[in-house]
Ligand binder design. Structure first.
Ligand SMILES: Nc1ncnc2c1ncn2[C@@H]1O[C@H](COP(=O)(O)OP(=O)(O)OP(=O)(O)O)[C@@H](O)[C@H]1O
Ligand SMILES: [Mg+2]
Length: 234
């Protein structure tokens, strides 16, 4: 078993109360969540499927590798659990180690085999903003750009920065998923998303409260993936 506490390297800044909460949360993960959670990742190109979450745990979001959950008594913390067969929790831990602490990113307070306990970011992913018809101001994009610049200054390589991995919170931008930031090969996802924002969203869509249904958003997502595969091969 391997573990890490953020307090180990930021100088023990957590209070005793916070440490006790963390310890209780870890106990609940082992006793209540993990034994009864039913989740699988049938396809690494699509989000994991969660069939059962034991009370009082709640599902907060899913990605292609992991499900993210919170406990109602510890609402400021989330647990990111990698699905069976999906690797990457140790790399994600290393990314958080390098980021230390920055307002546009989460923080990791604890990690062990296949799960991480992270600071909860209160925001709406840009993907969900499109679904809910929420206006995305330019400041959100600028904040994310600045956050990615900070990540580069920490020796990281922003990667896989797409609409489900960035959030808007009170008109500011946040980066919610840093799991691939050790991958050195170039990734154009954020550059492409920014182009779409400035060339399409701002002039055409930002004036209407257009709510885009999930099947259309998913179609855009898979068409983009196909476009990149074909285009990058040339
Ligand atoms: N710290 C957090 N605070 C609040 N919500 C979060 C947090 N981390 C993740 N989420 C939610 O859970 C979803 C899935 O998490 P995440 O993107 O980290 O999973 P993933 O499997 O690594 O994703 P990907 O498919 O991009 O690799 C996010 O889109 C977001 O909605
Ligand atoms: Mg993600």
């Amino acid at each position: 078993m391997s573990f890490f506490r953020q307090s180990d390297f930021v100088g023990g800044a957590r209070s005793c109360q916070a440490q006790e909460d963390l310890d209780r949360l870890i106990e609940s993960i082992h006793q209540e969540l993990l034994p009864h959670l039913e989740m699988e990742s049938p396809n690494p190109l699509n989000p994991v499927v969660v069939y059962r979450v034991p009370e009082p745990w709640q599902l907060l979001g899913t990605g292609n590798y992991a499900g993210v959950f919170y406990h109602s008594d510890y609402g400021d913390l989330v647990v990111k659990i990698y699905a069976t067969g999906r690797l990457g929790w140790e790399e994600e831990l290393e990314v958080y180690r390098r980021l230390v602490s920055h307002p546009s990113f989460s923080e990791c307070f604890y990690a062990e085999n296949n799960f991480l306990i992270l600071k909860r970011l209160y925001g709406v992913t840009l993907y969900d903003c499109m679904h809910r018809g929420l206006k995305i101001p330019k400041q959100v994009i600028k904040d994310i750009d600045r956050a990615l610049e900070y990540a580069r200054s920490c020796g990281l390589y922003p990667h896989d920065v797409h609409g489900r991995n960035v959030m808007m919170s009170e008109e500011r931008g946040l980066v919610v998923d840093v799991s691939d930031f050790l991958q050195e090969e170039p990734c154009l996802a954020w550059q492409d998303l920014k182009k779409a924002y400035y060339l399409l969203y701002l002039p055409l869509f930002s004036w209407h409260r257009l709510r885009v249904p999930y099947p259309i958003l998913d179609l855009v997502r898979s068409s983009y993936r196909l476009f990149r595969r074909v285009f990058d091969r040339r």
